[in-house]
Design a protein around this ligand. Structure first.
Ligand code: H2U
Ligand code: ZN
Length: 349
């Protein structure tokens, strides 16, 4: 008898239409503790050497204002440039080339150098949500912008250059690869079923509860059935919202609350500031949006302790992604963790 808790199998990701290999037999042994001693965190609220702190100078010599909430600036080392050099797509079947233009910005979440999303209050995260929504609306309205990607690299393990809480926005004249896949999958699902793919998926997940990490009126957090990373989490709007700027007041509060919940659980898992890449996926700027559902992906690299990370190498580079612990057991662990941050005494909840 096939038992998905024991036997190797593959699971289908309907959002990107790829398969992931699951090998649950490799983690039959339970692991207890192996809790790394949490590193003493002696970061200061203000770091005179940080290029994101209020009042400090950035590359090129521009000084940041004495900001008190969020702060947005043009990336000084932007990967995309706004002035398109006019040229049609060129080349042939074997050598294709197209110009790409766009706008890259950096958003500081807080003037406090020592905070992270996990250690900010829901009330402090809410202005960040508003900033994302405003930026997304503004950039989607720019002529020549096809997609607005908001993402955060958290932690040195993810290549983040600075611990000051911040994220990036890259708005591009092309729809990037991952979004092209999700756009096609959601559009075609909508054409076939007349309902949004993630709406149907979320109903099934909420009914089963097995992979749910947390839920509020507006958003659900879950380990997707097809998760690749050990503690991958997806947050999904429970309302028919295509993009982040479409969130109403309650939706924004709900998003702030679910982000606080997920990041706090992450930090509590190994009692460290948990590294991840996070980003939203939303309707492309010039797409109808029908079939789309605003969601975010957390991709954290850690496996079973603060130092043991998962690499996507070997078989995964050459064949397909693979995981050991099942999505269900990862969800259960995250669900059972306390919602209060391990470093908090109760003053900052
Ligand atoms: P990450 O830590 O996620 O890499 O983001 C930092 C970004 O900040 C990075 O894209 C930009 C880098 O280009 N940056 C500036 O715009 N100005 C600076 O003075 C330093 C870094
Ligand atoms: Zn700083």
């Amino acid at each position: 008898m096939f038992d998905p808790k024991e036997h190797p199998h593959r699971r289908y990701n309907p959002l990107n239409r790829e398969w992931v290999l699951v090998s649950p037999h490799r983690t039959k042994r339970p692991w207890h503790g192996q809790m790394e001693a949490s590193k003493a965190d002696d970061r200061l609220a203000y770091d005179p050497g940080c290029y994101l702190c209020p009042g400090n100078s950035r590359a090129g010599g521009v000084a940041n204002p004495e900001y008190t909430s969020t702060f947005v600036f043009q990336n000084d080392f932007a990967a995309l440039l706004q002035n398109r050099v006019a040229a049609p797509p060129g080349g042939d079947d074997l050598f294709r080339i197209e110009p790409v233009s766009g706008i890259c910005r950096v958003i500081c979440f807080s003037p406090r150098h020592d905070l992270t999303v996990a250690e900010m209050s829901v009330g402090e995260i809410r202005p960040v949500v508003d900033c994302w929504a405003d930026q997304s609306a503004e950039l989607n309205a720019e002529p020549g912008i096809a997609y607005v990607q908001i993402f955060e690299n958290r932690g040195e393990m993810m290549g983040c250059s600075n611990p000051h809480p911040h994220c990036q926005i890259w708005a591009s004249s092309v729809v990037p690869n991952e979004v092209v896949k999700e756009d096609a999958a959601q559009r075609e699902y909508f054409e076939t079923h007349g309902r949004a793919l993630l709406s149907d998926y979320l109903h099934r997940e909420l009914a089963s509860g097995e992979r749910i990490v947390d839920v509020n009126d507006q958003f659900a957090a879950l380990v997707p059935y097809w998760a690749t990373w050990p503690f991958e989490v997806m947050i999904v709007s429970r309302r028919a919202v295509f993009g982040i700027e479409d969130l109403d007041d309650a939706g924004r509060d709900g998003l702030a609350a679910i982000l606080k919940s997920v990041t706090t659980r992450y930090d509590n898992l190994f009692q460290i500031s948990f590294p991840y890449s996070f980003g939203f996926h939303q309707r492309p700027a010039r797409a109808p949006g029908e079939g789309w559902r605003l969601h975010g992906h957390f991709y954290p690299p850690l496996l079973r302790s603060a130092t043991v990370r998962k690499f996507l190498v070997g078989y995964e580079m050459l064949a397909m992604p693979q995981r050991d612990i099942t999505a269900e057991s990862a969800a259960a662990r995250l669900r059972e963790l306390p919602e209060v941050h391990y470093r908090h005494t109760g003053s900052r909840i």
